[in-house]
Design a protein around this ligand. Structure first.
Ligand code: FES
Length: 105
């Protein structure tokens, strides 16, 4: 189960995440508001920006250098827990994950 709070503040619980699917793909499949994913998951648009719940940030891990560069482009709304959801691949260890969709710039 993954819980996303969309940009309107609605909480969406999704239970059919597949192992190997990215968090962005899952959110798009369920039309979660605020996940645009303009670049289709290529880590080059930052319109799939989410804030990881603090309790989950260690399990999710840190962004790689390419993702870091993209996150720098949205530094106005960046938080320490910011990640690009297209760079997070679902696996059983992330069952229960909670994130908040970042606002659009
Ligand atoms: Fe473009 Fe994630 S979908 S960076």
């Amino acid at each position: 189960c993954v819980t996303l709070t969309d940009i309107e503040g609605s909480v969406v619980e999704i239970r059919d995440g597949a192992e190997g699917e990215t968090l962005m793909e899952l959110a798009r499949r369920h039309d979660v508001k605020g996940i645009i994913a303009e670049c289709g998951g290529a880590c080059s648009c930052a319109t799939c920006h989410v804030y990881i719940d603090a309790a989950w940030s260690a399990a999710v891990g840190a962004p790689d250098p390419v993702e870091e560069d993209m996150l720098d482009m949205v530094e106005d709304i960046r938080r320490p827990t910011s990640r690009l959801s297209c760079q997070i691949t679902l696996h059983p260890g992330l069952d229960g994950l909670a994130v908040e969709v970042a606002p659009e710039l």
